[in-house]
Structures are given as structure tokens and as C-alpha cells.
Design a protein around this ligand. Structure first.
Ligand code: LMR
Length: 220
């Protein structure tokens, strides 16, 4: 079920057509609506994606005022009213951590542990940067940790990260032996990659964010 506000229904129809064109093996049916009572009815999982996006020169925290209101007043209320009490809620709209907290505090009948927000994009970015640097694939890298918010203050931590190198599992930090790359390049690149994408395409990330959402949902 896809939902957006009424003026965006044309765009939503495009999303619907493109999803059908993907011939996804697990997609049994799909509908687009602008009605909360239809979209939220008996939901098992809600992915809250579409809010005011960040533009060039903005920090994610600049979206706080506009988006928290939508989370409190609309999404949380609709979830409480129509979704199953066991619904799992994944918050993507920025500032994701704060919006997630607000939604979980507002939807009182849904257990707090059912709420999570998207940090997986930072995790995937961190894995990829390591993979590019070491000439392996992102799949060869594991146990990277992202501490903090989905914001430029996050801390990507490789202290426990491992990777496959020539068939053997080794520590990422030990394999690279380049403390200054980790401290100077790696951390800032991961922290700033959302802004880099916005600078390059004048819109925030789509493909990488979608992949991160599907990784997050699969692991849940
Ligand atoms: C991202 O990290 O790409 C998204 O959260 C969009 C943004 O504002 O950076």
C-alpha cells in the first residue's frame, strides 16, 4: 500500500507502475491511496518515508520543525487508529531518530520496541567506503557500527569490523594500517555522504536509501 497527499497522487501512480515493472517476486499486489483509513488499515509494517526532504546547504536538523509535526499529528495518530497493535514502524523521514522518538511517544498503544529508524544507510556507506579503499566488495565487510544520530555528528566505528581478504577473516583496522585515513577521510565521508549526494544531484538520495530500507526490513 502506497500513500501520499492528494496533490502527489500522480507521482504515486508512477511509483506504482515502476514497482509493477520491476516484476518483484514477493510483490503480490499494490495500491496507491491518499486516504489514511485505507493506507494504515491493519498494517503489519509501516515505512514512513515521505516528509520534507533536505535541500542543498541544509543540515538534517533544519527539518525538525516541519517534520516532527507530521510525525506527531498525522502518522502516529493514524497508526494508533488503524494499524495492528503489533505493527513495526520504520522511520526514514529526517531527522529520523528524533521523528522516531516522537512517533513512538505519540502512539501510546504500540510497543516502543516496534519503532526503529534508518541508520542502515550510514552502515552501508561505511562498509562501501572500506570496500572501495581495500579493493574488496561491500559484502566482504562486516561488524561496522554507527553510533549516534543519522546526522553529521554520527560516529562510524570500525574497531570491531572484520573483512574477508584472500579467503581469510581479518580486522579491518589491522588490514588497512592507515590511521590517518580512518580519522581524516573515512569518518567525514560517511558523516557527509548524504550532503554530497544532495550537492551532486540537487535532491536527496533515493536508490541507496531504498536499498538500506530493504536491508533494514529484511533483518527485522
Ligand atoms: C541521506 O543520508 O542520504 C538522507 O538521509 C538524506 C539526507 O538528508 O542526507
Amino acid at each position: 500500500m502506497l500513500m501520499d497527499i492528494t496533490p502527489m497522487m500522480g507521482v504515486l501512480d508512477d511509483v506504482l507502475m515502476e514497482l509493477q515493472d520491476c516484476a518483484l517476486p514477493l510483490l503480490k499486489g499494490i495500491m496507491a491511496t491518499d486516504k489514511e483509513e485505507v493506507a494504515f488499515k491493519d498494517l503489519d509494517m509501516a515505512v514512513l518515508v515521505g516528509f520534507m526532504p533536505r535541500r542543498e546547504g541544509m543540515e538534517r536538523k533544519d527539518l525538525l520543525k516541519a517534520n516532527v509535526k507530521i510525525f506527531k499529528a498525522q502518522s502516529a495518530a493514524a497508526l494508533e487508529k488503524y494499524a495492528k497493535k503489533s505493527v513495526k514502524v520504520i522511520v526514514v523521514g529526517n531527522l529520523a531518530n528524533t521523528n522516531c522518538l516522537m512517533a513512538s511517544k505519540s502512539a501510546l498503544f504500540i510497543p516502543k520496541e516496534n519503532f526503529s529508524c534508518l541508520i542502515r544507510l550510514d552502515h552501508n556507506r561505511a562498509k562501501s567506503q572500506i570496500a572501495i579503499k581495500l579493493g574488496v566488495t561491500a559484502d566482504d565487510v562486516k561488524n561496522v557500527i554507527i553510533w549516534g544520530n543519522h546526522s553529521s555528528t554520527q560516529y562510524p566505528d570500525v574497531n570491531h569490523a572484520k573483512m574477508k581478504l584472500h579467503g581469510k577473516e581479518v580486522g579491518v583496522y589491522e588490514a588497512l594500517k592507515d590511521d590517518s585515513w580512518f580519522k581524516r577521510m573515512f569518518i567525514t565521508t560517511v558523516q557527509q555522504h548524504g550532503a554530497d549526494v544532495i550537492n551532486a544531484r540537487k535532491l536527496s538520495s533515493v536508490t541507496s536509501a531504498s536499498k538500506a530500507i530493504s536491508d533494514h526490513i529484511r533483518d527485522i
